[in-house]
Design a protein around this ligand. Structure first.
Ligand SMILES: C[S@@+](CC[C@H](N)C(=O)[O-])C[C@H]1O[C@@H](n2cnc3c(N)ncnc32)[C@H](O)[C@@H]1O
Length: 460
């Protein structure tokens, strides 16, 4: 067995980690390829060929082989998200802790590119709110694109440092911190990550994880849940962090029931015996992952009273026009940002106001479009959202080749009996807009999202 593929001291450093079996571990890294898995979007049903089920996630499936996702229109329509299977365990945790019949607010603090945000989005009702935050500005667009594709209208995207959440005392019912970490859990999938690993980096990550948690925990409600995860195997970044949080912030461990057949290693932190869940390639079908769930018992203090923003004076005729684009129009609050009309579930109006006063908001609800003269220019977000009223828009059904041409933003050569804005669909799922004119089709697929790659060769 070749142990030299791993960084110096790496295997030694894991010797005492709960459930670590060097033989299994090395073998899994040498002989077993990374499995490919996807999670389906329950709001966008599609006929997708899947392999076996991911045991801990209802919508999670393994694929028998890795297809070209870029050349799959379903991918662009948001019918599924390509996600590593172990991290889908968040689905199991949230289903266990989420209260029934109460609207909750959930923060995904370290959210880009959006794997866990789309997962949370699938689990939330319209009255629940998801705030997906990413600190690094350049990583925000991929997060918003993925959430736009997912299509829900109860999502806000922010671009803030964890300390900016400090003022939102007790605002959130669930906070997920999928922390930046030393990344050993991704060694099999991304061997280049091995070059970055060192014991010194594990320590640096540990310190950063403590800082992030100290900054954000005031925003967790008393009785609310912290879900903390990493893709590291190192105890300093995992069980030790659980102990530190219990010591300093008045949190207690929650036991999440797991089926023994799943192969998950249940460990305990040393001081508080917090229940922790470890995923080792070789024992489960997936990559390395760690997660724990803790409940806050300490008081969070009072959220300041925020005055409502002065009501925007909005033209009634425009609102009436915007409302026609939306299913169940009375359920939404409509507002304008510059020339764009947006809609969010009306139950989130006050939260939006509070968040707006504390954070940089990059997406709120769904961008419906702009009104130029008397005409609506519909936004790409509206096309992909689940709130669109399909009855008011023409639809053009594309076959596979046409869909790829559309997604490349190339010229579409289709005969279109009806002129004007048309929703371009593939197998019933929207891809975006085009404007049909008497002698040509204007392709409005967003330039920054278009497919640039060459088509895969047959057999690849
Ligand atoms: C493990 S990744 C998150 C993956 C994401 N949750 C998903 O499922 O797709 C960690 C994220 O933390 C962000 N990050 C890095 N440093 C941070 C910090 N000091 N505070 C908060 N987030 C940070 C990174 O930009 C990255 O997006």
């Amino acid at each position: 067995m070749d142990t030299t593929i791993f960084p110096k001291n790496f295997l030694n450093s894991l010797q005492d980690e709960p459930g670590f079996d060097p033989k299994d571990f090395i073998q899994a890294h040498q002989n077993t390829p990374s499995p490919t898995s996807i999670r389906l979007n329950p709001f966008k049903p599609a006929d997708i060929n899947t392999g076996g089920k991911v045991p801990w996630c209802e919508e999670g499936y393994y694929l028998d082989e890795r297809p070209s996702f870029t050349f799959d229109p379903y991918f662009h329509a948001g019918a599924y998200y390509v996600q590593e299977a172990s991290s889908m365990f968040i689905d199991h945790i949230v289903k266990y802790i989420k209260p029934a019949d109460v609207d909750i607010k959930v923060l995904d603090l370290c959210a880009a590119p959006g794997g866990k945000s789309t997962l949370l989005s699938s689990l939330l009702n319209a009255g629940d709110l998801l705030v997906a935050n990413e600190i690094i500005r350049t990583r925000v667009p991929v997060l918003t694109d993925n959430l736009n594709r997912w299509g829900r209208s109860n999502t806000i995207v922010t671009n803030n440092d964890p300390k900016d959440f400090n003022h939102l005392k007790g605002f959130f019912d669930i906070i997920l911190v999928d922390a930046p970490c030393s990344g050993s859990g991704m060694f099999r999938k991304d061997p280049a990550a091995m070059r970055e690993w060192s014991e010194a980096n594990v320590n640096l990550c540990h310190q950063r994880q403590e800082r992030i948690l100290a900054d954000v925990l005031p925003a967790l409600k008393e009785g609310g849940y912290l879900i903390y995860s990493t893709c590291s195997y190192s105890r300093q970044e995992n069980e030790d962090i659980a102990d530190w949080v219990c010591d300093n912030f008045g949190l207690e461990s929650i036991v999440i029931p797991v089926d023994n057949r799943w192969g998950i290693t249940v460990s305990q932190s040393r001081r508080h015996q917090a229940s922790c869940y470890r995923f080792y390639p070789g024992k489960i079908i997936g990559e390395g992952f760690f997660v724990t769930c803790l409940r806050k018992t300490a008081n969070s203090g009072e959220l300041p009273v925020y005055k409502n923003n002065a009501q925007q004076k909005l033209p009634a005729t425009e609102i009436a026009q915007i409302k026609t684009c939306v299913n169940e129009p009375e359920e939404y609050y409509y507002f304008k940002v510059n020339d764009d009309w947006l809609a969010i579930d009306r139950r989130h109006k006050e939260s939006l106001n509070i968040l707006h006063k504390n954070l940089y908001i990059k997406k709120s609800g769904v961008r419906i479009g702009t009104i130029a003269g008397k005409h609506l220019i519909p936004d790409h977000e509206l096309a992909l959202s689940t709130l669109i009223n399909n009855n008011v828009f023409n639809e053009t059904q594309l076959d596979y080749d046409e869909a790829i041409t559309y997604l490349r933003k190339d010229n579409l050569n289709i005969s279109a009996p009806k002129q004007g804005w048309s929703l371009m669909t593939y197998q019933g799922l929207a891809l975006g807009w085009a404007k049909l004119l008497p002698n040509r089709v204007n392709n409005y697929y967003p330039k920054e999202l278009r497919i640039l790659a060459s088509a895969p060769k047959a057999g690849n």
